[in-house]
Design a protein around this ligand. Structure first.
Ligand code: GRF
Length: 191
């Protein structure tokens, strides 16, 4: 039986695309994306559609998590947040503990927490003058970006890099570590 992954998105979905590719070329073995869920209109929805993956949009708001809970297939092995911007409730995080992961575009615990998303992260790295940044795959807990770290990948920042250059490099390392982290978890890490 293939392990079922549900991917939550809010944006362009390039990490979703990478996961689709990693499943089809067996970097992630014996798995399938059973559903993609978005909390808003986004380009990632088109990627799910093109790949023939069942897609749902659930409107952002207070009852988001109860609707999400109702539409998640019960045999879901892993919930993957791939550029997903809504916060999940404490109850939801508890019910699915150890089965929800997120990718964050910095080397956590640096540049994490509320307000640290998208270009804000890369602008903060630039402002700090850091010459190294990267991406982190971690478990999701109710505290934003604070769950246990599963895998990190680093990139070098040149002093001349703009926040956009940094974002581009970080996306590159995300495409390397996200499939590896998913494969590692599906193989039973932490069971
Ligand atoms: C990634 O940089 C990820 O770290 C962050 O959101 C971005 C999503 O990019 N959580 P994409 O939609 O996968 O292109």
């Amino acid at each position: 039986m293939k392990k079922k992954i549900v991917v939550l998105i809010s944006g362009s979905g390039s990490n979703l695309q990478r996961i689709i590719e990693a499943i089809s070329n067996q970097e992630i073995q014996n798995a399938e994306i059973s559903m993609v869920i978005a909390d808003r209109e986004c380009y990632g929805a088109k990627r799910a559609e093109s790949a023939g993956i069942p897609f749902h949009k659930i409107k952002r708001g207070t009852d988001f998590c109860s609707q999400l809970e109702a539409c998640l297939p019960p045999d879901t092995a892993l919930i993957v947040l791939a550029g997903f911007l809504s916060l999940l409730s404490s109850d939801f995080c508890y019910n699915w503990r150890g089965k929800i992961i997120n990718i964050h575009p910095s080397l956590l615990p640096k540049f994490g927490g509320k307000g640290m998303w998208g270009m804000h992260v890369h602008e903060a790295v630039k402002a700090a003058g850091d010459l190294e940044t990267g991406a982190t795959v971690h478990f999701v807990t109710p505290e934003v970006d604070a769950g246990e770290i599963i895998l990190q990948g680093k990139v070098v920042v040149q002093p001349s890099d703009t926040p956009e250059d940094i974002a581009h490099k970080v996306h590159g390392v995300e495409y390397e570590i996200f499939p590896k982290a998913i494969e590692k978890l599906l193989k039973g890490w932490k069971e």
